[in-house]
Design a protein. Structure first.
Length: 239
């Protein structure tokens, strides 16, 4: 055989597949170490401490409850408070809320409601008074108002009003026999609302207790009896 033939039958070393070779270990890439900044660490610790302190303060505030006086029944303005009108409750009370403390409940009994009190509400010191709503030198005149005579503005205790004398139903000529000329200004009496009832079922009639001076009380009562009185609200502040 020729050398050419022998060479043709011998496989090339480069064409023999590599067997049994094992890959070497993979070397992970080197990661540069992060530098720790003392300032950042200190700030993080301070924020964590502040957050913990804030949670602690909040928990203390939520856990601090105050015993306060509550209203358990409807109490109209001017009525004397009794033990049955009041109760107590334990609340986490905001310092801005002015409420009567439970230890002062006995002192509230016997005082008068300066405003209408509703059940479920807290009792505030400004809502009670030891003074009578009808003061010395005053008289209380009850005035019945038909639905069309009741102001749309709610009547509340303390409002200033004018009691105006008008012609009685069926009257002619002068103002209900008062002797005044027909074009003369009507007579008026200054008063103050002490209490206003709710509208009566069926009729819608509202009864308003008005405090007037002792000298003018009988006159106002006579006007009411004659059906010759109308109630007018004064502007706030009397302006």
């Amino acid at each position: 055989m020729s050398k050419t033939s022998e060479q043709a039958g011998v496989p090339s070393v480069s064409t023999v597949p590599l067997q049994g070779q094992v890959a070497g270990p993979v070397v992970p890439p080197r990661v540069a170490a992060r530098r720790r900044r003392p300032g950042v660490i200190a700030l993080s610790l301070a924020l964590i401490a502040a957050g913990g302190a804030g949670v602690a303060v909040l928990m203390l505030q939520v856990g601090h409850r105050t015993q306060v006086v509550t209203v358990v029944r409807d109490v109209p303005v001017g009525q004397v408070l009794t033990q049955r009108d009041l109760g107590t409750a334990s609340l986490a009370l905001d310092p801005a809320v002015k409420a009567v403390r439970a230890e002062d409940l006995d002192a509230m009994v016997g005082q008068r409601a300066a405003v209408g009190l509703k059940p479920g509400s807290l009792l505030a010191p400004s809502q009670v008074t030891r003074e009578s709503l009808v003061k010395a030198g005053e008289q209380l005149v009850p005035i019945g108002l038909k639905p069309e005579q009741v102001p749309a503005t709610a009547l509340v205790a303390g409002q200033r009003v004018q009691l105006v004398h008008v012609d009685a139903p069926g009257a002619t000529g002068t103002s209900a026999g008062s002797g005044a000329a027909p074009d003369a200004p009507p007579k008026t009496i200054t008063g103050r609302v002490v209490k206003a009832s709710a509208a009566a079922p069926g009729t819608g009639m509202v009864v308003v207790d008005v405090a007037t001076s002792t000298a003018e009380g009988p006159t106002a009562a006579a006007w009411v009896a004659a059906g010759a009185l109308r109630l007018v609200l004064d502007a706030p502040g009397g302006s």
